[in-house]
Design a protein around this ligand. Sequence first.
Ligand SMILES: *[C@@H]1O[C@H](CO)[C@@H](O)[C@H](O)[C@H]1NC(C)=O
Ligand SMILES: *[C@@H]1O[C@H](CO)[C@@H](O)[C@H](O)[C@H]1NC(C)=O
Ligand SMILES: *[C@@H]1O[C@H](CO)[C@@H](O)[C@H](O)[C@H]1NC(C)=O
Length: 312
Amino acid sequence: MTSPVSLELGTLCPKMISAWILILAEFITVLSCGEAPMPRHTVKRFSGLYTGPYFDPTTPTNITAQLGTHAYLPCKVKQLGNKSVSWIRRRDAHILTVDRYTFIADERFQAFLVEASNTWTLQVKYVQPRDAGQYECQVSTEPKMSHFIQLNVVVPKIEIVGEAELYVKAGSTVSLRCVISRSLEEPAYIFWYRDSERVLNYDKTLIDIRMERIGADTTVGTLIIYNSRREDSGNYSCSPSNLDSASVMLHVLNGEQPAAMQHGNSGARTRPADWRWVSLPLALLAARKPKLLLLAAALLILIACHESDDGK
Ligand SMILES: *[C@@H]1O[C@H](CO)[C@@H](O)[C@H](O)[C@H]1NC(C)=O
Ligand SMILES: *[C@@H]1O[C@H](CO)[C@@H](O)[C@H](O)[C@H]1NC(C)=O
Ligand SMILES: *[C@@H]1O[C@H](CO)[C@@H](O)[C@H](O)[C@H]1NC(C)=O
């Protein structure tokens, strides 16, 4: 009764044993390979996780550009193959570009490929405040892949330090300071205008024009008028190469008025006018800083005495 079984076993066993040995051998190979560090290296060397396009992790997500400059939004795609890259404006879901082609009626938008770095860059020329927001770099895989970049637009601030109207006495040195802050890019130059006529510093003992960068985002332009005369009065504008201008009204008050009055011309009308010019800012001053009023009054008396001396 047992013989058929043993016979069966006898014929089966050698086949089974050899099969088991093969399986065991495979298993040992797999195990030993798993323990060895080699496969990990392989994964790294061939970026084996990605079979198609993928975004380079160094692609930025936040770009800041100054108003009026060109902004560059880079989208780094590896293993792009023959897939397309589109740029889409999040605000209105407008497709801006597909590969090299621009799909918006705004010539400021353009995309170009830098092959060396696998980068499709969206260029936005003359950035406006309304350009700020999110932009999507989309790769035409199935499903689509997207990378988002936030574009920030900084608007520089420009102002001439002090009041909008400036009153000085003839002969004094006038210094106008034009401060441009929050500017990522230093202006190439700052022009000064008086009533829309360019102010030049041919003679540096009369007029000096300076420009200096202070800190990472601030530039100061200075116009100095030595020994100011009545003719120097006017609307002064500070006009940087890359920004709007700022302006100030300069009134140079003539200390020679009493002498003119003696010669019988319109000086009689001018002098009270001069005092009115002085009293207005004084009133403003008094409203803001009452303590300074006393000092200013003393100064006025001094000026008045000086003028009456000149008159003799
Ligand atoms: C992006 O950059 C701007 C300016 O550098 C900064 O103010 C802002 O906080 C940044 N935003 C993010 C999300 O990092
Ligand atoms: C892209 O390339 C693949 C093979 O690499 C091909 O099968 C496919 O048709 C191509 N697609 C286009 C739009 O050329
Ligand atoms: C001074 O000139 C600027 C530009 O040239 C102008 O915008 C501004 O209104 C003028 N200011 C006055 C008080 O006339």
